[in-house]
Design a protein around this ligand. Structure first.
Ligand code: FAD
Ligand code: NAP
Length: 429
């Protein structure tokens, strides 16, 4: 079997294949990066070390004798769907959701208007983003969206470099964070506190920031009606308690705003401001503008309004749902899908486990009694294309180099190596 993508969905799929199959199975996990774990490595916030430790569970799957990691192999570049179906009995696509959704407002493409996907990739040291990409040389920043990614981004902006020193943030990025001029962060929700997508635990952390005062306007914290789920009631309570707080003069200030939507990013050469419009809900529940405007003097706008999957060459894709159409994980004969590419970009890491299990149940039921075509041909195929995959042991060498770097720098357990070259140097000296 081939699993494409080594994020949580891919690795849980590999695990389910090994555990659920009644007959012996061999699983190759093909990954475009030299490193496994997808968003666990390049998404989960660096200061959330306990969540990052899920990698220790995922690692045990890659170490199963039936599972093989092949890094640096990209579906659509090095291999086609036909190539895969020629050597494997079945293929499971688990390539996640790698790009940002658009706001669709004027000024969105100005320098200084940044997708959270890029900013997260930057502080996580993703090889797609240069460590010099961002200099935080503006005093005010707006973060659009009130989901958990927005909360992560706000926390990284609000903390000091010292507070992040023990994390795996690349050293070059930590230096940029240390030079940050940011004094005010505005987090903008287009609906009310009762509609915010962040979870209670993550919200509470913002109130515990040592380096930032958190402010909420009392009039924006008002919520009508009361029959909300427990999580939402918790969010409302926390936000209302902040509305009653006075700032105590911490170096940075976080303003959490509600009922404001972005209508234009202002500026000629780069971002100079953000125009917001107050909103309300229409009778049919849509967000509509009230005609009352406000401008924030920000030099950077971080758009954290959700991720989006990209089509894989040769694989069906719905432009409407931005996912691969499937029935309980089945796409076409011998082709399956799991994770964010299957469901869309929502849900925590654990959600991908039951999701992968469903796909694997479908796959194994379909294969039952069918003639097998799979054979160990991938090595020869990749060699014929001049591709030498990064092995699991080579990845371990990257990990070891990251631990060594942390020791040299006197920082935490590991510091990320930046760039494909540095990673390949570490594993193929
Ligand atoms: C910024 C951020 C922070 C998050 N933090 C948390 C958190 O703290 N806790 C939590 O529970 N959940 C968190 N989540 C959600 C969680 O990360 C997702 O639920 C999960 O990663 C989705 O898994 P996936 O395997 O579908 O996608 P991904 O994790 O994105 O994995 C996809 C993999 O496919 C690879 N790939 C892509 N294209 C190709 C190709 N063509 N060929 C080969 N390989 C390819 C990618 O390189 C990647 O490794 C966070 C999400 C984001 C965006
Ligand atoms: N610690 C964690 O557990 C953790 C950390 C990070 C991510 N995650 C998970 O990863 C998933 C993705 O998170 P996410 O934050 O990217 O997405 P999300 O939870 O869907 O939040 C997106 C936010 O963007 C807003 N938005 C969308 N379009 C907008 C527009 N045009 N203008 C203004 N605002 C707009 C949404 O508001 P509306 O509601 O009004 O649409 C919402 O507040 C979630 O399931 C999340 O829980 C978990």
């Amino acid at each position: 079997m081939a699993v494409i993508g080594s994020g949580p969905a891919g690795i849980y799929t590999a695990e389910a294949l090994v555990k659920q199959s009644a007959e012996p199975v061999a699983v190759d996990v093909l990954e475009r990066l030299p490193t496994p774990y997808g968003l666990v490595r390049y998404g989960v916030a660096p200061d959330h070390t306990s969540i990052k430790s899920i990698a220790n569970y995922l690692r045990r799957v890659l170490e199963l004798p039936q599972v093989r990691f092949l890094g640096g192999v990209t579906l659509g570049e090095h291999l086609s769907v036909e190539d895969l179906l020629g050597v494997y009995d079945a293929v499971v696509y688990c390539t996640g959701a790698m790009v940002d959704r658009k706001l669709g407002i004027p000024g969105e493409d100005l320098p200084g208007s940044v997708a959270a996907t890029d900013f997260v990739n930057w502080y996580c040291g993703h090889p797609d983003v240069d460590p010099d990409r961002f200099t935080l040389d503006t005093s005010e920043v707006a973060v659009i969206g009130v989901g958990n990614v927005a909360v992560d981004v706000v926390r990284v902006l609000a903390k000091t470099a010292e507070e992040l020193s023990a994390t795996d943030v690349p050293h070059e990025v930590l230096e940029r964070l240390g030079e940050s001029q940011v004094k005010a962060i505005h987090m903008i929700g287009r609906r009310g506190p009762e509609h915010a997508k962040f979870t209670l635990k993550e919200l509470r952390e913002l109130g515990e920031l040592a380096n930032a005062d958190v402010c909420v306007r009392p009039e924006e914290a008002v919520v009508l009606g009361g029959d909300f789920p427990r999580q939402v009631q918790g969010n409302i309570k926390v936000l209302q308690s902040w509305a009653a707080r006075e700032p105590v003069g911490r170096p940075r200030r976080l303003d959490v705003r509600f009922w404001m939507r972005p209508v234009e990013i202002l500026g000629s050469e780069r971002v100079e401001g953000l125009k917001l419009e107050r909103t309300r809900l229409s009778e049919d529940g849509r967000v509509v503008g009230t005609g009352e405007f406000e401008t924030l003097p920000v030099g950077m706008v971080l758009r954290s309004v959700g991720y989006r999957s990209v089509p894989l060459p040769g694989v069906p894709f719905s432009e409407r749902t931005m996912t691969v159409p499937n029935e309980a994980g089945r796409v076409r004969e011998r082709e399956y899908v799991a994770g964010w590419l299957k469901r869309g970009p929502t849900g925590v890491i654990g959600t991908n486990k039951s999701d992968a299990a469903e796909t694997v149940r479908t796959l194994l039921a379909d294969l039952d009694g069918r003639e097998r075509v799979g054979h160990d041909g991938i090595g020869a195929l990749l060699a014929s294309r001049g591709v030498r995959p990064v092995t699991y042991d080579e990845w371990l060498a990257v990990e070891a180099a990251e631990a060594e770097l942390a020791k040299t720098l006197g920082r935490g357990e590991r510091v990320k190596l930046v760039g494909l070259e540095a990673m390949l140097r570490a594993c193929r000296p």
